[in-house]
Design a protein around this ligand. Structure first.
Ligand SMILES: [Zn+2]
Length: 145
């Protein structure tokens, strides 16, 4: 699917595709776990560390995560909604709407730099706990499983 979720956007080179999230469930009742089977593929397509994406899910759902597993049972719709929010706020350039961005961390501020149009945006939702996490883990583009 198109990363921007905007099917009208032309993407003739298919650069902005991400795989559909593939989930599996383990356990029963309170012990149910949600597993993202294609986390690494997903993280690669978004050019963000898998650890950051999992941390975002963890904060949004208020649950614990370990590697590609979330404690609790979360539907694909819920997962996609959170992922979409993350992509909109942390990946899509606010000026040109392309997902060609990376973080620039300077002291306590994080900016999103767009390699497509050169825009520097500091419009991140700074009250979100993920900001602290990103600052602590200045591993911006390193993919960790
Ligand atoms: Zn841009």
């Amino acid at each position: 699917m198109n990363i921007t979720n905007n099917e009208n956007m032309e993407d003739e080179f298919f650069r902005y595709k991400r795989p559909d999230i593939v989930l599996n469930y383990e356990g029963h009742g309170k012990n149910t776990k949600t597993i993202i089977l294609n986390l690494l593929e997903l993280a690669n397509s978004l050019s963000r560390p898998s650890t950051e994406i999992m941390k975002y899910f963890s904060y949004e759902f208020g649950t614990q995560t370990k590697q590609n597993t979330l404690k609790g049972m979360f539907s694909k719709t819920d997962m996609n909604n959170i992922l979409h929010k993350y992509i909109q706020e942390y990946i899509i350039c606010s000026l040109c709407s392309l997902p060609s961005t990376s973080y620039k961390i300077k002291k306590s501020k994080i900016k999103i730099i767009c390699s497509a149009c050169g825009n520097e945006s500091s419009k991140l939702p700074s009250e979100h706990k993920i900001i602290n996490y990103i600052q602590k883990n200045k591993i911006s583009n390193k993919i960790v499983m």
